[in-house]
Every structure is written in structure tokens, then in C-alpha cells.
Design a protein around this ligand. Structure first.
Ligand SMILES: [Zn+2]
Length: 162
């Protein structure tokens, strides 16, 4: 799961660094130093994206985020894509709005919104399906008929609660 956060944060690192070349940064606040802008344009979106991902995965676990699934690049790419999307939209926010509190609110909302979409479209974990490939695993089988992985049954909310 941390690979998603790394990808997401990477996009905001790029946003932050490129913002250093703009007067007032992408936040368009010339009276603020880069360090003063960082909580709004860096810490806030990354923290909210992480919390959003954890809440969604806790309520409806996603196959890609299962610790048994070794697909670090997919997670990193997804996080980066979500981060780039959110970073570009939040740059636009700085151009359109003037009030700092409005800009901060919108940056937060965009981080939550884009992360919700990115995690939301991922296939869910199902207790009858393989976390690696999604194949249905028959009741009496322990290995997946699709990819052969052992003990790969998904842990969905219902099976965790049971
Ligand atoms: Zn499988």
C-alpha cells in the first residue's frame, strides 16, 4: 500500500519543485515562502490521499493492495497517475481562486476525490477469488486454478468479519 503513497507523493514532489520556480509557487501566494506553502501544497494532499486509500481499503479491500500481491510497479504507477492528476488539478486551483482557505480546501478535496476514483476502480478482494488473478477458487481447492498461487483466497470484509 505504501507504493501507492510513494507514487502519489512523487507527483507532488515534482509539483513542489517546479512551483519553486514560480513566484508564490503553484499556490500563487507571493507573500508566502516555499516552506510556508508546503503544508498546503504538499503535506495536506499526501496525508489526505493516504487516509482516503486506507479508509477505502479497510471498508472494501482491493486485490492490488493485498500484501500477498507482489505488483509494486502497478501500485506505484497507479499512485503516480493519481498524483499527477491531482497535482495538475491543484495547480489550476491556484490560478482560478484567490483566497488561501478556499485553495487549501479545494486541494484537499481534489486529493481525496482523485484517490477515491483511483482506488475505487480497482477490483475488490472476494473470499471466493484469487487476489493475484481474480480467478474463482473452488471451495475445496487451496491453490488457484488460474495462476496456481497457493493460499491466495481474497479476504473480503465479510470473510474477515466471519
Ligand atoms: Zn490466481
Amino acid at each position: 500500500m505504501h507504493k501507492f503513497v510513494i507514487g502519489f507523493a512523487l507527483a507532488f514532489v515534482i509539483r513542489f519543485i517546479t512551483g519553486l520556480m514560480v513566484d508564490g509557487g503553484w499556490l500563487r501566494e507571493p507573500s508566502m515562502t516555499a516552506l510556508q506553502r508546503a503544508p498546503f501544497t504538499f503535506v495536506l494532499p499526501i496525508a489526505l490521499a493516504t487516509i482516503t486509500m486506507l479508509i477505502i481499503h479497510r471498508r472494501t479491500p482491493r486485490r492490488l493492495l493485498d500484501p500477498r500481491v507482489k505488483r509494486p510497479f502497478s501500485q506505484l504507477a497507479l499512485g503516480l497517475a493519481a498524483g499527477v492528476g491531482a497535482a495538475m488539478l491543484t495547480v489550476a486551483v491556484g490560478h482560478v481562486f484567490t483566497l488561501l482557505v478556499v485553495k487549501a480546501l479545494l486541494i484537499g478535496l481534489l486529493a481525496v476525490g482523485v484517490t477515491s476514483i483511483a482506488i475505487g476502480v480497482l477490483p475488490r478482494c472476494r473470499s471466493y477469488a484469487c487476489v493475484h488473478c481474480g480467478s474463482v477458487i473452488p471451495e475445496h481447492e487451496s491453490a488457484c486454478p488460474g495462476c496456481g498461487a497457493a493460499e491466495s483466497r481474497g479476504l473480503d470484509v465479510n470473510s474477515v468479519a466471519a
